[in-house]
Design a protein around this ligand. Sequence first.
Ligand code: G6P
Length: 615
Amino acid sequence: MCGIVGYIGHREAYPIILKGLKRLEYRGYDSAGIALYDGTDIKLSKTKGKVEDLEDKIKKEITTDGTLGIGHTRWATHGVPNDVNSHPHYSNSGNLVIIHNGIIENYEPLKQELESRGYIFHSDTDTEVLVNLIEDIKKNDDIKLGKAVQIALNQVIGAYAIAVFDKSKPNEIVVARLGSPLAIGIGDDEFFIASDASPFIEYTKNAIYLEDEEMAVVRRHRGVSIRKIHDDSLVNPYIQELQLHLEQIEKGGYDHFMLKEIYEQAHAISDTFRGRLLTDKAIIKMGGVEDNMKKFLNADRILIVACGTSWHAGLVAEYIFEDLARIPVEVEYASEFRYRNPVITENDLVIAISQSGETADTLAAIKLAKSRGAFVFGVCNVVGSSIARETHAGAYTHAGPEIGVASTKAFTTQITILTLIALRLARAKGTISSSDYRHHLFELEMIPEKVNQALESDYMVKQIAEVYKNAKNFLYLGRGYNFPVALEGALKLKEISYIHAEGYPAAEMKHGPIALIDEDMPTVVIAPRKGHYDKIVSNIQEIKSRKGVIIGIVTKGDVTVRELADHVIEIPETLDCLSPLLTTIPLQLLSYHIAVMLGKNVDQPRNLAKSVTVE
Ligand code: G6P
């Protein structure tokens, strides 16, 4: 989960690489580094910290000339994030320089072998082992860099996206991928390398996404040649036209990407509907579902695998699939599922949910399910991502790029897709009446407008944030469809403000968390009018009678909770099963404002990364 960037062409490489790294910081921001070839030598600078720290250091340390270079932003896996462990890494001779996203699992024996041959290691990283392995092969066999990289990668176990160049042959960059993404932008006599297309979107719309087990030699003036790492066969490059636009990856006047993405949700949900929700014809049309309808209808159960916020979307889906389509559902953390020898059969249908489509545990869970004969359906945001490619069929959320590390619009659009699927299956199975179905479609279509109305609570949420920003703990309670929303609200607060928060099913509070209630701990209670309202009112009373503080998320016009709670935030009325799409909004805003007030880095919270491509 690091970000890598490279450039070879006729422009100055440094500004392209620096800007590219800033765009890729969502992938990791423990350290950053750049290596440039200035016409005679490599100029390298790297540092612990963010890309802006690197920029400051570079100003003092190196000249930035050159039309070839590579850069890296790191989320530490091997070795603490310090200057030495930062990428790029030199080989012992100083001729080769490499950047790497991933993990070399067998680096220990390789390192010992190289040490026995006199190689010296300066860092604790697996990457420095790889670059010296390449050097050793190249030197002993007197072969070209591309061949040496290929031989080295055949000895390596693990995951990687790498870019490496040799200062004695400064007209090419060799890249390779296995398990970590790598795109090559094809410009006019210039080439860009990056973990995703965002670093080069203003220069070219044409890109090649390397597949797993592919490597490429990118040559100045000569183009790109791709081959398979393991069997050496040549691959015909498939050049895709990018759909990404520059404004999608810029803040567009907002202070943070997270706020922009919260505000984009109405639009994003409409994009998720596009061409799929045809309310006037009472049709839901989704190619991936229609083509595989039998698999869905004949499945004994649906197993959902995901991590983080996507797992919470899966929990909402569990309620909706069971409620509307009457299909048994189990929701699993991908990381647990893959390591516990789960019972999966050909009669299971697995749905994998992932914003990035690159989460290593989710990917591994998919592979496991496939190996046991299950049909796997993907719900991803990033088009062409590893999970999108690994699944048998799927549906994209079309939320647009999500850059803030804390997921917002990905969550609501995932719920939207899963709701569409549940409704489509309910209709096919006859578990929903025709009038109810139409009513659901009608209410669904109103959601984007209602999301915008829910966003009008922003000013009030900010005032509440001001009052409770110094609380040490928060409790989030919800029932039914809104229990997963309570989990998600608590996760958002933890992620970006570092305040401890717990999400709990409201009724379970009596079995433990009630002991924590006092006047210092705010409890956020999600209490829309539809869905166990009376029960949740009783839970609120239980908290009030113990001097607890209540922030209620209520339906517009609510009276009962308003009388009991210390604060209420109103959302528009909708169906119980659609309420998570609205109740989530004020919780996202609450965490955002508290984090901003506490001076935290909202878009890049400490220790986290947007896409976790390590296990
Ligand atoms: C990381 C991110 C979370 C995200 C999770 C799953 O932990 O910080 O925001 O929910 O990964 O990511 P995915 O891309 O698979 O949805």
